[in-house]
Design a binder for this molecule. Structure first.
Ligand SMILES: [Zn+2]
Length: 57
């Protein structure tokens, strides 16, 4: 697989979405949330999926 699988599409619910990139969403003034940018292979919806860090201190 060339793409890492991400979660199901929030619109059509199909599990055909693929990661097309990563970005940082600004939350408030100082915080940033790393997200995956994913594209649904079924309906073409572009959506963000939160990346949870494994460890956070
Ligand atoms: Zn979809």
């Amino acid at each position: 697989m060339a793409f890492e699988m991400v979660g199901a599409c929030p619109r059509c619910g199909k599990d055909t979405s693929v990661e097309i990139g990563e970005s940082l969403l600004k939350i408030g003034r100082t915080r940033e949330q790393p997200v995956r940018i994913a594209s649904c292979g079924n309906c073409g919806l572009i959506f963000y999926e939160k990346i949870d860090k494994i460890k956070e201190f």
